[in-house]
Design a protein around this ligand. Sequence first.
Ligand code: M6R
Length: 606
Amino acid sequence: MCGIVGVLGNHEAAPILVEALKRLEYRGYDSAGIATIDETNTLDRRRAVGKLVNLSDHLVHNPLAGKSGIGHTRWATHGAPTTDNAHPHRAGPVAVVHNGIIENFRELRTELAAEGFDFNTETDTETVALLAQSHLDKGASPKDAVEATLSRLDGAFALCFLFDGENDLMIAARKGSPLAIGHGDGEMFVGSDAIALAPMTDKVTYLEEGDWAVVTRAGAEIYDAEGRRANRPMKQVRMDANMAEKGGYKHFMAKEIAQQPTVVGEVLSAYVKNETITMDMGQVDFAKIDRLSIVACGTAYYAGLTAKYWFEHYARLPVDIDVASEFRYREAPFSPRTAALFVSQSGETADTLAALRYAQGKADHIVGLINAPESSIARESDVAIEIHAGVEVSVASTKAFTAQLTSFAVMALKAAHQRGHLDDTGLAQKLGELRQLPGLMSAALSIDDATRAVSAKLAEARDVLFLGRGQMFPLALEGALKLKEISYIHAEGYASGELKHGPIALVDQHTPIVVMAPHDGLFDKTVSNMQEVMARGGRVVLVSDARAMKDAGDGVWTSITMPEAPDLLQPILYAIPAQLIAYHTAIAKGTDVDQPRNLAKSVTVE
Ligand code: M6R
């Protein structure tokens, strides 16, 4: 999604803004721009379509001077990614950058057109700049003009304004999209997140829902949605400037895949001490609930779908699982004694957040499973469980997925124990299995070369199918999502047993079928499904352990051998081949691994 940065500094702003925008690149974007106020107090801007390098080139030939400025990476929503539609948008003396959607922009355009304003873009954002201008034209101060403008805006947004003639003023606002104010030494900053601000400052104030802030070099005056002065705490964020660096890896995705043994170790040390689980679920006692409703999007949804198998199998707790964009509108009734659980890496996904708000007051408990502790979902949950994955930069989620799964595994065991389906000895044994996870994940990373060879073959394919059975079915869906996201190869995941009910019609000698099948209790059934595929010329890529390879029989096209592991760990462990297959296939195809086309890291619009 769009990225916002603002600087009231003591040095030239343009290079600082471009550097900060680079740190926001991971969010996904298709154009970028900056505006500054120079030493004559004049506002000017530069914008360019495509990667940031295009904006940098433009700035080499057409520099922008000044120590105050705002910048933006745009992920197009209203209007194509063109220079005219790129931010900052300017109307007379005001420039504005915006993340989110102004839902009533058509109505505002009609009003502004009646006032005699012309439009130069197809964006919703231009109406914000024009509204502010119309108030300034009538003599309002910048602060009053912004306050009056904000009162007219519907939708979810983060905004940052800069004004011609004002080199010590930015006004920032948050409604639905996060925004952080950074405090420097005689300098002030605004950013979509603390990552953007990391090299400049680690002292950050997060605006709360409906807040807006008048920022000068002396500090920030924050107002709430009713216009009252608000006191928001300044926090010291743990933000290592290197977190957003690739650390010797070619891509963030490769770095994040490799970090997984450490990440799952972090999750376990946060939530497991010796033979007990220390995960604090607030008021949620699994013995006192009859149903769990899990809601999420994308990869987080597949983590939730895996958790359904675990909660139902180990804790005998029925689980409903929904895609957030469907859940939010289907008016789901909640039966008594239901906890609702929302999974989100970013904690800002618009559909998941809206689903959470729908559940408030209906479910007995609202639980967030999040990576960003300051996020909206974390704040609005009764209890927020952190997955401890650290900053995830690559658009394709990897370490957040395995951290979600590991957190869910611990939670499901806690539920099993609380509900009396696992005694102390059983719990200790399962926790012992979980402790093997970091080591097994390190071992699993050694399949890198084998995966590269498989991916060289997959890169030729137009369509790829992924199959899994039982708790491996969600992983088949995740493997397909990863592959299509970054290699742009059409891929679908199916439950192995479902293939013969339709999708088998797709099978021919051109369609590789990746079968995720450890040697578990369902393996023989999966072998039968593989035979059905191979009998029709299908090319099976078997991802399994050495024991299963022996029992699989002949005819497998190619294979990846995984370490053997206890059942509970299989979906977490097998995430690694799913991720590496996608990664190496994308490399073979030469696509943009970390910032795949059309995608954004955090989807803050509907
Ligand atoms: O931040 P969230 O976990 O809420 O994001 C949900 C999805 O947008 C996300 O998992 C998406 O599917 C990823 N690009 C998958 O790799």
